[in-house]
Design a protein around this ligand. Structure first.
Ligand SMILES: Cc1cc2nc3c(=O)[nH]c(=O)nc-3n(C[C@H](O)[C@H](O)[C@H](O)COP(=O)(O)OP(=O)(O)OC[C@H]3O[C@@H](n4cnc5c(N)ncnc54)[C@H](O)[C@@H]3O)c2cc1C
Length: 216
């Protein structure tokens, strides 16, 4: 028989996050939803309380929590403010490709700054012509041997205006569809990376959503 009940640890995590939401998210949610401003102060508090980057393994200094714990956290935070939760959840999502595909050395290099400061990352998959069908990416990654050159654009990218790091999905050969896809780690300040305007949305308003253009 499958048992879907939460463990003692998961229940304790849920209660901790619920308390944080009551005291640190809900009192500010309406103000940020009206203004659409980015909630830097709440993000910092979430980071200080260990509610960011839950998936980073313990051997790299993180909490090493799993997907179920991530879902519990997002569900609780989402009850308080979907905009703030989108920013926090997408930051975790953006680090996953590094945690999944990176060497220990790469993980240490790219992830450690996120444990030392409330840095943010963006997960860059969607394009003007590629949403659900992620195999139809057009952002081109030219392999130059020691590096890749990116040209094209992304859209609806969460945290874009406040990110330190982008994980960018691009194609080396569009005809190969998903088999031609690479995921590249791009520091936001890389020359040739430019951010579009903050989208004024109907929901998740305080999450920062922008287009990104790569012209290298
Ligand atoms: C607030 C916000 C934040 C976002 N943040 C990010 C981000 O950080 N990074 C990122 O990469 N993307 C982000 N996105 C983009 C989001 O992930 C895409 O909107 C999503 O992938 C869907 O793509 P689309 O909007 O082009 O819709 P489409 O792919 O055009 O789909 C439209 C509708 O058609 C349905 N549909 C599509 N294909 C089929 C099919 N073959 N059969 C049946 N139904 C189908 C879909 O389920 C959907 O209901 C964000 C979007 C929003 C609104």
């Amino acid at each position: 028989m499958i048992d879907f009940s939460l463990t003692e640890e998961q229940l304790a995590l849920r209660d901790t996050v619920r308390k944080f939401v009551q005291t640190e998210i809900i009192p500010h949610a309406h103000r940020y939803d009206v203004s659409g401003d980015f909630p830097h102060d709440v993000i910092r508090k979430a980071w200080e309380n260990g509610l960011m980057n839950p998936a980073v393994p313990e051997k790299f200094g993180g909490l090493g929590l799993g997907i179920t714990e991530d879902v519990i956290m997002n569900e609780e935070m989402g009850a308080g403010c979907l905009g703030m939760t989108t920013s926090i959840a997408v930051n975790t999502l953006a680090l996953y490709p590094i945690l999944i595909g990176g060497t220990d050395e790469q993980i240490k290099h790219w992830i450690t700054p996120f444990l030392n400061e409330p840095h943010l990352a963006s997960f860059c998959l969607t394009e003007p012509g590629a949403g659900s069908d992620a195999g139809s990416l057009s952002l081109h990654a030219k392999d130059e041997g020691s590096h890749f050159v990116l040209n094209g654009s992304k859209m609806w990218i969460t945290n874009a205006g406040h990110s330190h790091l982008l994980t960018v999905f691009a194609t080396t050969n569009k005809e190969l569809r998903s088999k031609g896809t690479v995921c590249l780690v791009v520091p936001t300040k890389t020359p040739g990376v430019s951010m579009g305007k903050h989208e004024d949305k109907m929901g998740q308003r305080c999450s920062d959503t922008r287009a990104i253009t790569f012209e290298m």
